[in-house]
Design a protein around this ligand. Structure first.
Ligand code: CMP
Length: 231
């Protein structure tokens, strides 16, 4: 019978199944979320949401990459996080009814799944397992934010650079940081200047801890980097 077709038979439902927030859901629950969601393409450098705007939707990254940033009055950017396929954002305003806590900008052309406020709330009410997944992800995010605060307060610039390199390498293959993460971006992640980051990378390379090449930054001596990073 047509209405017994498994939910995963639609491309949107199959994609949803690969998103950590939704992997535990039943076919019926996946079908419900997938019927409510829309997909949207955002070109590189487009602003997906603005800090202080009212929040009206939750976004899930299906492909591409976005950065969560704060922008100071002098135009300086602090990168709070970089999110990729499977990550979500925009949940905070929907949960606490406060304005957006940060800007989110596409760093690559990105395909996003958009779930409007009412649909998100309805999914949460009807599918408590989504709420559990959300809480788990928020706890992970808070741990990372705590680590970051600890690093900013307790580590010198070399330690902060070592820590962010290890984090970024671990998000990739454990051995290298792709070159598309520029020195400027590294600086924006650790609250420093591009010049200081470039100098620190040269020092770490001279000591044989990393190797900087055109295509990436390779981690050569993880134990010594971990030591510098207080890990
Ligand atoms: P919201 O405040 O609605 O809009 C901005 C979004 O950025 C926010 O929801 C979160 O989804 C995301 N965000 C804010 N701070 C962080 C952070 N420290 N790490 C990862 N994502 C964040």
């Amino acid at each position: 019978m047509a209405d017994q077709t498994p939910a995963d038979s639609t491309p949107a439902a199959r994609r949803l199944r690969t998103i950590p927030l939704f992997t535990q859901l039943s076919d019926e629950e996946i079908a419900r979320v997938s019927a409510a969601a829309r997909e949207r393409l955002y070109p590189k450098n487009s602003v997906i949401l603005f800090e202080d705007d009212p929040g009206d939707a939750l976004y899930v990254v299906l492909s591409g990459e976005v950065k969560v940033v704060l922008i100071g009055e002098d135009g300086r950017e602090v990168i709070l996080s970089i999110l990729r396929g499977g990550d979500f954002f925009g949940e905070m305003s929907l949960i606490d009814d406060q304005p957006r806590s940060a800007h989110v900008i596409a760093t690559e052309a990105s395909n996003l799944m958009v779930l409007r406020r009412d649909e998100f709330r309805e999914c949460l009410e009807q599918t408590p397992r989504i709420a559990l997944g959300l809480l788990r992800a928020l706890s992970r995010r808070l741990r990372r934010a705590d680590d970051k605060i600890g690093g900013l307060v307790l580590l010198d610039v070399t330690g902060r650079v070592a820590r962010v390199l290890l984090e970024l390498a671990d998000e990739h293959d454990g051995e290298r940081v792709p070159r598309k993460i520029t020195h400027h971006m590294l600086a924006q992640m650790i609250g420093s200047s591009r010049e200081t980051v470039s100098r620190t990378l040269r020092e770490l390379a001279d000591k044989g801890l990393i190797q900087v090449s055109r295509k990436d930054i390779a981690i050569l001596d993880r134990p010594r980097l971990e030591d510098l990073a207080g890990l």
